[in-house]
Design a protein around this ligand. Structure first.
Ligand code: SF4
Ligand code: SF4
Length: 374
Protein backbone atom coordinates (compact mmCIF):
# COMPACT_ATOMS: atom_id res chain seq x y z
CA UNK A 1 0.00 0.00 0.00
CA UNK A 2 1.27 3.48 -0.88
CA UNK A 3 2.56 5.56 2.03
CA UNK A 4 2.26 8.79 0.03
CA UNK A 5 -0.24 11.13 1.72
CA UNK A 6 -3.41 12.02 -0.18
CA UNK A 7 -3.78 15.58 -1.51
CA UNK A 8 -6.67 17.72 -0.27
CA UNK A 9 -6.45 20.69 -2.63
CA UNK A 10 -5.91 21.32 -6.32
CA UNK A 11 -4.97 24.67 -7.84
CA UNK A 12 -6.21 24.62 -11.42
CA UNK A 13 -4.43 27.34 -13.36
CA UNK A 14 -6.86 27.55 -16.25
CA UNK A 15 -4.98 30.22 -18.18
CA UNK A 16 -2.16 32.73 -17.86
CA UNK A 17 -4.16 35.30 -19.82
CA UNK A 18 -5.20 38.28 -17.71
CA UNK A 19 -6.27 41.82 -18.60
CA UNK A 20 -4.30 43.16 -15.63
CA UNK A 21 -0.55 43.42 -15.19
CA UNK A 22 0.12 43.37 -11.43
CA UNK A 23 3.83 43.72 -10.67
CA UNK A 24 3.47 41.19 -7.81
CA UNK A 25 1.73 38.48 -9.84
CA UNK A 26 2.74 34.99 -8.73
CA UNK A 27 2.60 33.63 -12.28
CA UNK A 28 5.91 32.71 -13.91
CA UNK A 29 7.83 35.30 -15.94
CA UNK A 30 7.36 33.08 -19.00
CA UNK A 31 3.58 33.14 -19.41
CA UNK A 32 1.83 30.43 -21.38
CA UNK A 33 -0.29 31.38 -24.38
CA UNK A 34 -3.89 30.47 -25.15
CA UNK A 35 -2.90 27.95 -27.83
CA UNK A 36 -1.10 25.83 -25.18
CA UNK A 37 -4.05 25.65 -22.75
CA UNK A 38 -5.78 22.41 -21.70
CA UNK A 39 -9.25 21.93 -23.14
CA UNK A 40 -12.50 21.46 -21.22
CA UNK A 41 -12.58 17.66 -21.62
CA UNK A 42 -9.10 17.29 -20.11
CA UNK A 43 -9.95 19.53 -17.16
CA UNK A 44 -13.12 17.51 -16.58
CA UNK A 45 -11.06 14.31 -16.49
CA UNK A 46 -8.50 15.90 -14.15
CA UNK A 47 -11.28 16.92 -11.72
CA UNK A 48 -12.69 13.36 -11.69
CA UNK A 49 -9.22 11.95 -11.09
CA UNK A 50 -8.52 14.51 -8.37
CA UNK A 51 -11.73 13.63 -6.53
CA UNK A 52 -10.91 9.92 -6.77
CA UNK A 53 -7.45 10.67 -5.35
CA UNK A 54 -8.95 12.37 -2.28
CA UNK A 55 -8.94 16.05 -3.30
CA UNK A 56 -11.78 17.95 -1.63
CA UNK A 57 -11.49 21.46 -3.06
CA UNK A 58 -10.34 23.04 -6.29
CA UNK A 59 -9.21 26.63 -6.75
CA UNK A 60 -10.07 27.79 -10.27
CA UNK A 61 -7.34 30.29 -10.90
CA UNK A 62 -5.11 31.86 -13.53
CA UNK A 63 -4.20 34.44 -14.79
CA UNK A 64 -7.79 35.52 -14.94
CA UNK A 65 -10.04 32.44 -15.23
CA UNK A 66 -12.80 34.64 -16.65
CA UNK A 67 -10.62 34.99 -19.77
CA UNK A 68 -11.77 31.45 -20.63
CA UNK A 69 -15.08 31.50 -22.44
CA UNK A 70 -15.74 27.98 -21.10
CA UNK A 71 -15.21 28.87 -17.41
CA UNK A 72 -18.83 28.03 -16.67
CA UNK A 73 -18.46 24.56 -18.24
CA UNK A 74 -15.17 23.98 -16.41
CA UNK A 75 -16.81 24.98 -13.12
CA UNK A 76 -19.75 22.69 -13.80
CA UNK A 77 -17.33 19.80 -14.44
CA UNK A 78 -15.55 20.45 -11.11
CA UNK A 79 -18.88 20.59 -9.26
CA UNK A 80 -20.04 17.36 -10.95
CA UNK A 81 -16.85 15.68 -9.71
CA UNK A 82 -17.98 16.58 -6.19
CA UNK A 83 -15.25 19.17 -5.53
CA UNK A 84 -15.76 22.36 -3.50
CA UNK A 85 -15.12 25.09 -6.06
CA UNK A 86 -13.40 28.40 -5.30
CA UNK A 87 -12.99 30.93 -8.10
CA UNK A 88 -9.90 33.15 -7.75
CA UNK A 89 -10.55 36.16 -9.95
CA UNK A 90 -9.62 39.77 -10.60
CA UNK A 91 -13.31 40.33 -11.36
CA UNK A 92 -12.47 41.84 -14.75
CA UNK A 93 -14.47 40.15 -17.47
CA UNK A 94 -17.09 38.66 -15.17
CA UNK A 95 -20.44 40.44 -15.24
CA UNK A 96 -23.72 39.77 -13.44
CA UNK A 97 -24.87 37.25 -16.06
CA UNK A 98 -21.66 35.23 -15.80
CA UNK A 99 -21.72 35.20 -11.97
CA UNK A 100 -25.36 34.10 -12.03
CA UNK A 101 -24.51 31.28 -14.42
CA UNK A 102 -21.48 30.27 -12.32
CA UNK A 103 -23.67 30.09 -9.22
CA UNK A 104 -26.22 28.05 -11.15
CA UNK A 105 -23.65 25.44 -12.26
CA UNK A 106 -22.38 24.94 -8.72
CA UNK A 107 -19.67 27.49 -7.92
CA UNK A 108 -19.27 27.56 -4.13
CA UNK A 109 -17.12 30.63 -3.42
CA UNK A 110 -15.48 33.69 -5.01
CA UNK A 111 -12.15 35.19 -4.03
CA UNK A 112 -11.72 38.58 -5.67
CA UNK A 113 -8.45 40.52 -5.56
CA UNK A 114 -8.11 44.26 -5.02
CA UNK A 115 -4.89 46.20 -5.50
CA UNK A 116 -5.68 49.08 -3.13
CA UNK A 117 -8.60 51.09 -1.74
CA UNK A 118 -7.38 54.22 -3.46
CA UNK A 119 -8.85 54.03 -6.95
CA UNK A 120 -6.05 55.66 -8.90
CA UNK A 121 -3.33 53.73 -7.05
CA UNK A 122 -5.26 50.49 -7.55
CA UNK A 123 -5.51 51.16 -11.28
CA UNK A 124 -1.83 52.12 -11.48
CA UNK A 125 -0.83 48.80 -9.87
CA UNK A 126 -3.23 46.79 -11.98
CA UNK A 127 -1.94 48.52 -15.10
CA UNK A 128 -5.49 49.27 -16.26
CA UNK A 129 -7.51 52.44 -16.02
CA UNK A 130 -10.97 51.88 -14.51
CA UNK A 131 -10.06 48.43 -13.14
CA UNK A 132 -11.01 49.18 -9.54
CA UNK A 133 -14.47 50.45 -10.45
CA UNK A 134 -15.05 47.29 -12.48
CA UNK A 135 -13.98 45.19 -9.48
CA UNK A 136 -16.56 46.95 -7.28
CA UNK A 137 -19.22 46.09 -9.82
CA UNK A 138 -18.03 42.48 -10.08
CA UNK A 139 -18.05 42.09 -6.29
CA UNK A 140 -21.66 43.35 -6.14
CA UNK A 141 -22.63 40.96 -8.93
CA UNK A 142 -21.04 37.97 -7.15
CA UNK A 143 -22.87 38.79 -3.91
CA UNK A 144 -26.15 39.36 -5.78
CA UNK A 145 -25.75 35.89 -7.30
CA UNK A 146 -25.68 34.51 -3.76
CA UNK A 147 -21.97 33.63 -3.79
CA UNK A 148 -19.92 34.01 -0.60
CA UNK A 149 -17.17 36.56 -1.26
CA UNK A 150 -13.61 36.86 0.08
CA UNK A 151 -11.48 39.85 -0.84
CA UNK A 152 -7.77 39.28 -1.31
CA UNK A 153 -5.55 42.33 -0.76
CA UNK A 154 -1.87 41.89 -1.54
CA UNK A 155 0.21 44.18 0.66
CA UNK A 156 3.43 45.88 -0.42
CA UNK A 157 5.31 49.08 0.22
CA UNK A 158 2.95 51.18 -1.89
CA UNK A 159 -0.34 50.27 -0.16
CA UNK A 160 0.69 49.05 3.32
CA UNK A 161 -0.52 52.28 4.89
CA UNK A 162 -4.08 51.80 3.61
CA UNK A 163 -5.07 48.48 5.21
CA UNK A 164 -8.00 50.01 7.18
CA UNK A 165 -9.38 51.51 3.95
CA UNK A 166 -9.06 48.14 2.18
CA UNK A 167 -10.94 46.44 5.00
CA UNK A 168 -13.69 49.09 4.73
CA UNK A 169 -13.77 48.50 0.98
CA UNK A 170 -14.22 44.74 1.53
CA UNK A 171 -17.19 45.42 3.82
CA UNK A 172 -18.71 47.82 1.26
CA UNK A 173 -18.29 45.14 -1.42
CA UNK A 174 -20.32 42.69 0.66
CA UNK A 175 -17.44 40.36 1.55
CA UNK A 176 -17.56 38.00 4.53
CA UNK A 177 -13.80 37.64 4.70
CA UNK A 178 -10.67 39.52 3.69
CA UNK A 179 -7.21 38.10 3.33
CA UNK A 180 -4.61 40.77 4.11
CA UNK A 181 -1.61 39.03 2.57
CA UNK A 182 1.87 40.43 2.20
CA UNK A 183 3.28 39.83 -1.27
CA UNK A 184 5.31 36.65 -1.51
CA UNK A 185 8.49 37.24 -3.45
CA UNK A 186 8.33 34.74 -6.30
CA UNK A 187 7.67 35.29 -10.00
CA UNK A 188 6.97 38.90 -10.88
CA UNK A 189 7.10 40.02 -7.23
CA UNK A 190 10.71 38.85 -6.98
CA UNK A 191 11.55 40.74 -10.17
CA UNK A 192 9.96 43.85 -8.58
CA UNK A 193 11.15 43.26 -5.02
CA UNK A 194 13.16 46.49 -4.80
CA UNK A 195 9.97 48.48 -5.46
CA UNK A 196 7.61 46.36 -3.37
CA UNK A 197 9.27 45.15 -0.19
CA UNK A 198 7.87 47.14 2.76
CA UNK A 199 9.93 48.49 5.62
CA UNK A 200 9.93 46.84 9.05
CA UNK A 201 7.97 49.83 10.40
CA UNK A 202 5.28 49.25 7.76
CA UNK A 203 5.11 45.51 8.52
CA UNK A 204 4.65 46.21 12.23
CA UNK A 205 2.01 48.86 11.49
CA UNK A 206 0.06 46.43 9.27
CA UNK A 207 0.16 43.74 11.96
CA UNK A 208 -1.12 46.22 14.58
CA UNK A 209 -3.82 47.51 12.21
CA UNK A 210 -5.04 43.96 11.56
CA UNK A 211 -5.33 43.27 15.29
CA UNK A 212 -7.29 46.47 15.80
CA UNK A 213 -9.54 45.86 12.78
CA UNK A 214 -10.29 42.28 13.87
CA UNK A 215 -11.75 43.64 17.08
CA UNK A 216 -13.63 46.43 15.30
CA UNK A 217 -15.22 44.12 12.69
CA UNK A 218 -15.80 41.10 14.93
CA UNK A 219 -18.90 39.21 13.76
CA UNK A 220 -19.09 41.17 10.50
CA UNK A 221 -15.88 40.31 8.65
CA UNK A 222 -13.23 37.64 9.13
CA UNK A 223 -9.74 39.09 8.65
CA UNK A 224 -6.99 36.64 7.73
CA UNK A 225 -3.40 37.82 7.82
CA UNK A 226 -0.47 36.40 5.88
CA UNK A 227 2.84 37.62 7.32
CA UNK A 228 5.76 38.48 5.06
CA UNK A 229 8.44 35.78 4.86
CA UNK A 230 11.32 38.23 4.87
CA UNK A 231 10.54 39.64 8.31
CA UNK A 232 10.32 36.38 10.26
CA UNK A 233 13.11 34.28 11.73
CA UNK A 234 11.62 30.91 10.75
CA UNK A 235 10.02 30.03 7.41
CA UNK A 236 6.43 29.05 6.82
CA UNK A 237 5.69 25.40 5.98
CA UNK A 238 5.46 26.14 2.28
CA UNK A 239 2.48 24.23 0.75
CA UNK A 240 2.34 22.43 4.13
CA UNK A 241 5.12 20.28 2.76
CA UNK A 242 6.13 19.47 -0.82
CA UNK A 243 3.82 16.86 -2.37
CA UNK A 244 1.99 16.44 0.93
CA UNK A 245 -1.40 18.20 0.79
CA UNK A 246 -1.90 19.95 -2.53
CA UNK A 247 -0.85 20.23 -6.14
CA UNK A 248 -1.09 22.59 -9.09
CA UNK A 249 -1.91 21.91 -12.67
CA UNK A 250 -0.65 24.71 -14.92
CA UNK A 251 -2.48 25.92 -18.06
CA UNK A 252 -0.57 23.49 -20.29
CA UNK A 253 -1.25 20.46 -18.07
CA UNK A 254 2.02 20.16 -16.19
CA UNK A 255 1.43 18.97 -12.62
CA UNK A 256 3.53 20.96 -10.15
CA UNK A 257 4.06 20.57 -6.41
CA UNK A 258 3.61 24.38 -6.13
CA UNK A 259 2.94 27.25 -8.51
CA UNK A 260 6.61 28.31 -8.68
CA UNK A 261 8.15 24.82 -8.87
CA UNK A 262 8.94 25.15 -12.57
CA UNK A 263 11.55 27.80 -11.68
CA UNK A 264 13.71 25.05 -10.12
CA UNK A 265 16.02 23.66 -12.80
CA UNK A 266 16.47 19.92 -13.21
CA UNK A 267 12.98 18.85 -12.09
CA UNK A 268 10.94 16.71 -14.47
CA UNK A 269 7.23 17.54 -14.50
CA UNK A 270 4.76 15.01 -15.83
CA UNK A 271 1.67 16.21 -17.65
CA UNK A 272 -1.97 15.34 -17.08
CA UNK A 273 -2.19 15.05 -20.88
CA UNK A 274 -0.05 11.88 -20.70
CA UNK A 275 -0.70 10.29 -17.31
CA UNK A 276 -3.42 9.92 -14.66
CA UNK A 277 -3.20 12.35 -11.76
CA UNK A 278 -2.74 9.57 -9.17
CA UNK A 279 0.34 8.25 -10.96
CA UNK A 280 1.79 11.77 -11.17
CA UNK A 281 1.08 12.47 -7.49
CA UNK A 282 2.56 9.23 -6.25
CA UNK A 283 5.46 8.62 -8.60
CA UNK A 284 6.52 11.65 -10.62
CA UNK A 285 10.16 12.72 -10.12
CA UNK A 286 9.19 16.32 -9.35
CA UNK A 287 6.83 15.33 -6.51
CA UNK A 288 9.33 12.82 -5.14
CA UNK A 289 12.23 15.30 -5.22
CA UNK A 290 11.46 17.12 -1.95
CA UNK A 291 8.72 14.99 -0.39
CA UNK A 292 9.22 14.30 3.32
CA UNK A 293 12.48 15.16 5.05
CA UNK A 294 14.96 12.65 3.58
CA UNK A 295 16.33 15.16 1.03
CA UNK A 296 17.35 17.71 3.68
CA UNK A 297 20.82 19.02 4.39
CA UNK A 298 21.99 20.63 7.60
CA UNK A 299 20.87 22.66 9.45
CA UNK A 300 17.39 21.30 8.55
CA UNK A 301 18.33 17.59 8.66
CA UNK A 302 18.84 17.55 12.43
CA UNK A 303 16.44 20.39 13.30
CA UNK A 304 13.41 19.65 15.51
CA UNK A 305 11.28 21.80 13.17
CA UNK A 306 12.11 19.66 10.10
CA UNK A 307 8.66 18.09 9.98
CA UNK A 308 6.97 21.33 11.11
CA UNK A 309 8.11 23.75 8.40
CA UNK A 310 9.77 21.25 5.99
CA UNK A 311 12.77 23.54 5.60
CA UNK A 312 10.62 26.37 4.18
CA UNK A 313 10.18 27.02 0.50
CA UNK A 314 12.24 25.15 -2.14
CA UNK A 315 11.56 27.79 -4.79
CA UNK A 316 12.68 30.59 -2.48
CA UNK A 317 15.79 28.59 -1.52
CA UNK A 318 16.65 28.27 -5.21
CA UNK A 319 15.80 31.87 -6.11
CA UNK A 320 17.87 33.37 -3.29
CA UNK A 321 20.72 30.87 -2.88
CA UNK A 322 20.94 29.13 -6.27
CA UNK A 323 20.26 25.64 -4.80
CA UNK A 324 16.79 24.31 -4.00
CA UNK A 325 18.27 21.82 -1.47
CA UNK A 326 19.47 24.61 0.77
CA UNK A 327 17.57 25.73 3.85
CA UNK A 328 15.15 28.53 2.94
CA UNK A 329 17.32 31.59 3.73
CA UNK A 330 14.34 33.20 5.47
CA UNK A 331 15.34 30.95 8.39
CA UNK A 332 17.76 32.71 10.74
CA UNK A 333 19.54 29.34 11.18
CA UNK A 334 20.47 29.27 7.49
CA UNK A 335 24.13 30.13 6.85
CA UNK A 336 22.81 32.20 3.91
CA UNK A 337 20.24 34.19 5.93
CA UNK A 338 22.27 37.33 5.10
CA UNK A 339 20.66 37.57 1.64
CA UNK A 340 17.26 38.18 3.27
CA UNK A 341 18.69 40.57 5.85
CA UNK A 342 20.29 42.55 2.98
CA UNK A 343 16.97 42.83 1.14
CA UNK A 344 15.32 44.15 4.32
CA UNK A 345 18.09 46.74 4.73
CA UNK A 346 17.71 47.82 1.09
CA UNK A 347 13.95 48.20 1.57
CA UNK A 348 14.49 50.47 4.57
CA UNK A 349 17.16 52.67 3.01
CA UNK A 350 15.30 54.58 0.26
CA UNK A 351 12.20 55.08 2.37
CA UNK A 352 14.23 56.81 5.07
CA UNK A 353 16.18 58.90 2.59
CA UNK A 354 13.35 60.13 0.38
CA UNK A 355 9.65 60.83 0.27
CA UNK A 356 7.55 57.73 -0.63
CA UNK A 357 6.80 58.87 -4.19
CA UNK A 358 10.49 59.44 -4.90
CA UNK A 359 11.41 56.17 -3.23
CA UNK A 360 9.16 54.10 -5.49
CA UNK A 361 11.25 52.31 -8.08
CA UNK A 362 9.55 51.76 -11.47
CA UNK A 363 7.71 48.46 -11.82
CA UNK A 364 8.14 45.76 -14.34
CA UNK A 365 4.51 45.04 -15.21
CA UNK A 366 3.40 41.46 -15.76
CA UNK A 367 3.02 41.00 -19.50
CA UNK A 368 3.38 38.22 -22.05
CA UNK A 369 6.75 38.27 -23.70
CA UNK A 370 6.55 39.82 -27.18
CA UNK A 371 7.16 37.32 -29.94
CA UNK A 372 10.55 37.82 -31.57
CA UNK A 373 10.32 39.53 -35.00
CA UNK A 374 10.41 37.01 -37.87
S1 SF4 B 1 -2.07 38.98 -9.80
FE1 SF4 B 1 -2.89 40.53 -11.20
S2 SF4 B 1 -1.91 40.12 -13.19
FE2 SF4 B 1 -1.63 38.27 -11.90
S3 SF4 B 1 -3.34 36.96 -12.46
FE3 SF4 B 1 -3.96 38.15 -10.64
S4 SF4 B 1 -5.01 39.96 -11.47
FE4 SF4 B 1 -3.87 39.03 -13.16
S1 SF4 C 1 16.78 24.93 10.08
FE1 SF4 C 1 15.36 24.17 8.52
S2 SF4 C 1 13.86 22.92 9.65
FE2 SF4 C 1 14.97 24.19 11.17
S3 SF4 C 1 13.71 26.01 11.43
FE3 SF4 C 1 15.22 26.51 9.84
S4 SF4 C 1 14.19 25.97 7.91
FE4 SF4 C 1 13.02 25.01 9.56
Amino acid sequence: MSTVPKPLGLLAELTHRCPLACPYCSNPLDLERRSAELDLATWARVFEEAAALGVLHVHLSGGEPGARADLEEITAAAARAGLYTNLITSGIGLDAARFARLAEVGLDHVQLSIQDADESEADRFAGMSGAHRRKRKAARAAVAAGLPLTINAVIHRGNADRVPAMVAEAVAMGARRIEVAHAQYYGWALANRAALLPTLAQVEAVRAAVEHLRAEFLGRLVIDYVAPDYFGSRPKPCMNGWGRQSLNVDPTGRALPCHAAATIPGLTFWSVRDRPLAEIWERSPAFEAFRGTGWMREPCASCPRASVDFGGCRCQAFALTGDARNTDPVCALSPLHGVVAEARTEAAAPAEAAAPAEAAAPFRYRRHRQAAPA
